[in-house]
Design a protein around this ligand. Structure first.
Ligand code: MOS
Length: 736
């Protein structure tokens, strides 16, 4: 592995290459597509959380205008459950029996000529239920408890001895509610069968997963399925798994022999495409008189759906964030009759960091030590789990430069000591050590006779800027202007890409694009290898560099030639090359592969009479390794921060404890931050390209959100002396 010295694309950043298409409405999102003869589907969802369907009467629906079919568990074929994936097992297949496992479970799909007819007919399906008592509360003693579900529980040192030796110990129970991802784009699926060939437009973060899953479920070869997702209206994790409504749409299209479109309604989005599950966390940390952490114990409990899986090791952050000899982390899940959870931006980290960084703040206050100084004192210089040096870590610079930008030194340490008129002012801080994640990826790069390049991979751009940064990266690696490079994605016929998720796509895809572009330059060199007249004869990849559409010898720009000259001379229309990336291996590198780090500084104002909380400033200092585009990267962090403010102050998916119904499943009822809730936000990037991969990026998709909730809660403590351990932070918790 060599780090490419040629990449120099950091800068103010290119505007999004897809922006003109988006602002002119030409970018086609899944629900923008239409086909001749296309029909429309609507879902019928369970109104109970547990029990059985006693009877289901579809006659009125079938007789309604325009209706083409109604499929229920009585008429659906037997379907295999989807396969094991990188993200764990697939959700249970729909309509396989009469059992109801959660409120909102799909019990029928209705297809009609128009969407309105389908929705009307769906309202006519009569379902009789036999309810049983639903398990809805993680404290319900009847619920099944899964211990250490991912084998990630950790233990080092002697935790009991550590606490016995500690001079100061703090502990507390922290709770976080269910949150719902709520991408703005309602998730849509269009299924088109052409004989045995299936085309699916889907709001997915991972086209290949949809293809693989549908192939297994419908027992057809993957080569007969094409999944398209050129534009997706956000995801935040909701589009990672292939959910049952996609299967139902494909099934319905096969049955009626016509294209079917299904667009989920906003209420359906709350029960059909995952959510961040609630958590109850107990954390205890201790330090000696000098301020050295000597013991951490973190136990997390999350909820999970019946017969489903979800990855939420919330306590793991406590094992990797600080230098501490004695640490025990434990996670468990409680099975409930709830809609299937799934990853939501910063899965597990978002919940776990709130408890850990609140407890760190509490301990610093217990000492009368500056929370910033306390964090620096307990800085993990090496990876606490493996003992290996980090491939990169500039968290210290995040703390120091973030503090400088924020004006942390103006903070007076005493609780309640800062005021602005009637407002109490608080400063809060949190650190983030986000885990690294990379999985294999492939890309293909071509240069055409006219000197333009085409690079592609079956990835998705869920609004994050993938089109743009990959265009930049390929342009840099091929020595072309970005206007001469087209990057395409969102098509399962393209080379394999993993999901846009886990903050892992830019690294996986960027390194695959790197490999493809480097190999493509080598292809050109191979073509001229034996040409006596070529200035590049017998040149090796390491001898050359690229610029202005030419390959030339390093240090000798005149000794080279253009792609177009080489192609023309050889009568070639194009040259192409494939590239793949594989995850960096800590053992081979002798380094712990680092993810992004961050420090979040927050100022809040609180009206002590009314309990009003306002976030007035946020500074995020981020070590994301090499930043490919400072503009889109800044947008990522700002967006993540908005999500973090939502988690901290607003978002709370409410489940009616009698029925399991999601009680606030609309944008009128489920609170998300609006413009008036969002303050000045400052983002700075620090650090160096990471050493673990050629392009040196570290994923920044999730580090923007994580830490915001703890920083706000810590600022609230600084302002009021009130330690909030339960999200979201609401007025009733702040009335003093
Ligand atoms: Mo993210 S929650 O991995 O889309």
């Amino acid at each position: 592995m060599t780090t490419s010295p040629t990449i120099a694309v950091i800068g103010a950043g290119l505007d999004r290459v897809d922006a003109p298409l988006k602002v002119t409405g030409k970018a086609q999102y899944p629900n923008d597509f239409g086909f001749p003869g296309m029909t429309h589907a609507a879902l019928v969802r369970s109104t109970i959380a547990a029990g059985r369907i006693r009877a289901i009467d579809t006659s009125a629906a079938l007789a309604a205008p325009g209706v083409l079919t109604v499929i229920t568990h009585l008429t659906a074929p037997r379907l295999e459950r989807g396969p094991m994936t990188l993200l764990g097992p697939s959700p249970p297949a729909p309509l396989q029996d009469d059992r109801i496992l959660h409120y909102g479970q799909h019990v029928a799909i209705v297809v009609a000529s128009t969407a309105e007819q389908a929705r009307h007919a769906a309202s006519l399906v009569r379902v009789g239920y036999e309810s049983t008592e639903a398990l809805l509360d993680v404290d319900d003693p009847r619920a099944e408890v899964l211990t250490d579900p991912w084998s990630l529980d950790s233990e080092r040192g002697d935790v009991a001895a550590g606490f016995a030796a500690a001079d100061v110990v703090v502990e507390g129970t922290y709770t976080t509610p269910d949150n719902t991802n709520n991408p703005l784009g309602l998730m849509a699926t269009i299924a088109v069968w052409n004989g045995d060939l299936l085309t699916v437009h889907d709001s997915t973060q991972w086209p290949h997963n949809v293809r693989t899953s549908l192939a297994a479920i419908f027992k057809i070869p993957e080569s007969g399925i094409r999944v398209l997702a050129p534009y997706v209206g956000g995801g935040f994790g909701a589009g990672l798994r292939m959910w049952p409504h996609v299967i139902l749409t494909v099934l319905a299209a096969r049955e009626i022999g016509r294209p079917v479109k299904l667009v989920l309604t906003r209420p359906e989005m709350f029960t059909s495409v995952g959510h961040r599950p609630n958590s109850v966390q107990h954390i205890k940390i201790g330090a000696n008189r000098a301020g050295d952490l000597i013991a951490i114990e973190h136990h997390g409990t999350s909820s999970v759906a019946m017969e489903d899986d979800d990855y939420e090791p919330v306590s793991l952050c406590s094992a990797v964030s600080y230098a501490c000899l004695n640490v025990r982390t434990r996670d468990r899940q409680v099975r409930l009759n709830i809609p299937c959870p799934g990853s939501m931006r910063g899965p597990a980290e978002g919940q776990g960091n709130f408890a850990l960084e609140s407890a760190i703040d509490e301990l610093a206050h217990a000492f009368g030590m500056d929370p910033l100084e306390f964090r620096l004192r307990n800085y993990a210089e090496v990876d606490p789990l493996s003992g290996l040096p980090w491939s990169s870590k500039a968290l210290r610079e995040c703390y120091l430069q973030g503090a400088e930008r924020f004006g942390w030194s103006y903070r007076t340490p005493e609780v309640g000591s800062m005021r602005d008129g009637r407002w109490l002012v608080g400063y809060g801080l949190a650190g983030v050590s986000y885990p690294a994640y990379q999985v294999p990826c492939q890309a293909r790069a071509s240069v055409h006779r006219d000197g333009s390049a085409f690079v592609r991979s079956a990835a998705t751009d869920i609004g994050t800027g993938t089109y743009t940064v990959m265009t930049q990266l390929a342009a840099e690696l091929l020595g072309l202007d970005t206007s001469r490079v087209r990057f395409d994605l969102g098509d399962s016929d393209m080379p394999y890409s993993p999901q846009a998720g886990g903050s892992g796509l830019t690294g996986a895809l960027g390194n695959a694009v790197h490999a493809a572009c480097r190999r493509l330059v080598r292809e050109f060199l191979d073509v001229v290898r034996d040409e006596v007249d070529s200035p590049l004869r017998e040149a090796k990849l390491d001898d050359v560099t690229v610029s202005e559409g030419r390959i030339h010898r390093i240090g000798a720009p005149e000794q080279g030639e253009s792609y177009t000259d080489i192609l023309a001379r050889h009568g070639l229309e194009e040259l192409s090359a494939d590239g793949r990336s594989t995850p960096p291996q800590p053992e081979e590198l002798g380094m712990a592969v680092a993810g992004a780090f961050g420090a979040k500084f927050v100022e809040v104002r609180i009206d002590p009479d009314l309990g009003l909380l306002r976030v007035t400033r946020v500074v995020s200092a981020i070590d994301g390794g090499r930043i490919l585009n400072e503009k889109t990267a800044t947008s990522q962090i700002i967006g993540g921060t908005v999500g973090g403010i939502g988690q901290a102050m607003f978002e709370d998916t409410a489940t009616d404890q009698e029925t399991g119904r999601i009680a606030n499943a609309t944008f009128g009822d489920y609170l998300v931050p609006v413009n008036a809730d969002i303050p000045d936000m400052d983002v700075i990037f620090v650090g160096e390209p990471d050493r673990a991969t050629p392009i040196g990026t570290k994923g920044i998709g999730e580090v923007g959100l994580v830490g915001v909730a703890a920083a706000i809660a810590n600022a609230v403590y600084h302002a009021t002396g009130r330690r909030i351990r339960s999200l979201p932070i609401t007025i009733d918790q702040l009335l003093l």
